[in-house]
Design a protein around this ligand. Sequence first.
Ligand code: GLA
Length: 380
Amino acid sequence: MLLQKLKNQFSAEFGGECSVIFSPGRINLLGEHIDYNDGYVLPAAISLGIYACFAPVEGRTIEIIASDFNNKVTIDADNIGPEKGWQNYALSVLNQFKKRGIQIPAFRMVMGSDLPIGSGLSSSAALEGAISFVVNHLSGAGLSAKELALLGQAAEHDYPGVKCGIMDQFANMLGKENHIVRIDCMTQETDYLPLELNDYELVLVYSNVQHALTGGEYNQRREQCNEGLAHLKAKTGKTSFRNITHEELDEVKADLTPVVFDRCTYVVEEIERTHLAADALLAGDIPEIGILMFQTHWGLSNLYQVSLPELDWLVNFAEDFEGVLGARLMGGGFGGCTLNLVAKEKAAAFTTEALEGYKAAFGIEAKAYPVLASDGTRLI
Ligand code: GLA
């Protein structure tokens, strides 16, 4: 339905034929805030995302309609610069092609999304992926999916100024149906783990508290980790969190502020947990994944301090609900979704009761979304 609406809008606005792509959002099973700390992460592309209808056009003018915002932007392909709003992400992607010496083609596009903005499902990476895929396709630049992901990350660092890791853009480009993309964030190598949860399923609960990473909290966490790492490096000679032990962290404790020590403790623990989660997934030990998810949540809440009362409430509720193995806030934090590992037969009751209880506690309508691990950005 959404796709048909976008196609209709394309032909009403521009006329003629169009091609269509889908650029997905992502979940992350485990490994939060460690993609910029040399950890492994376990995301997957999902079936919610951005659909874009597009066609090349003569001249140098790019026209993009964001159907969700009822907003059209016109861009001079030879004169790219930062602007406010959603188009800043698109402009930053275009600028990255320019920086790589690739001639930006003119095109027309209508896009729309079933991914709630600010839900922590990485609508920004989906937007970057949609634009970069189309430009790559139309220009014949021939960049690989991995190169496009890195281009998207560079774009997010540049105009929007969010110093994100590589997880979201890699999941968006390299996602595979029914699989987790395991990313080694140190080497940027990836492999795929089957997402087989037996009698359990993943349920997203969107708190309806919008998360925005541009607030500076995200970049601040990154700086705090770097500060801790500088001390660890001075003491141990190690240049990465990848191999830091708890003993080594304790050795520098006196040199760190309590806040920086907590951030580093979380990072060291989360790197360990993500290894355990990957092993558990491969072994079919689903309860173990649930235990790790809860641990991650309370680490994010108490040590990394990126949770909110609303997210803690949802996780507490899940902890008390029979049939839930694990739950945690997912993504950057400060709003967005919790990811819940729930017995299939209990999923409907869990969702209904969680949403009702949440409404009673906060007066906010939460929403639940099913999770299907999907392929990365692609022509459809
Ligand atoms: C955001 C960033 C990612 C990652 C997560 C936290 O989604 O874009 O790179 O750091 O937060 O895991």
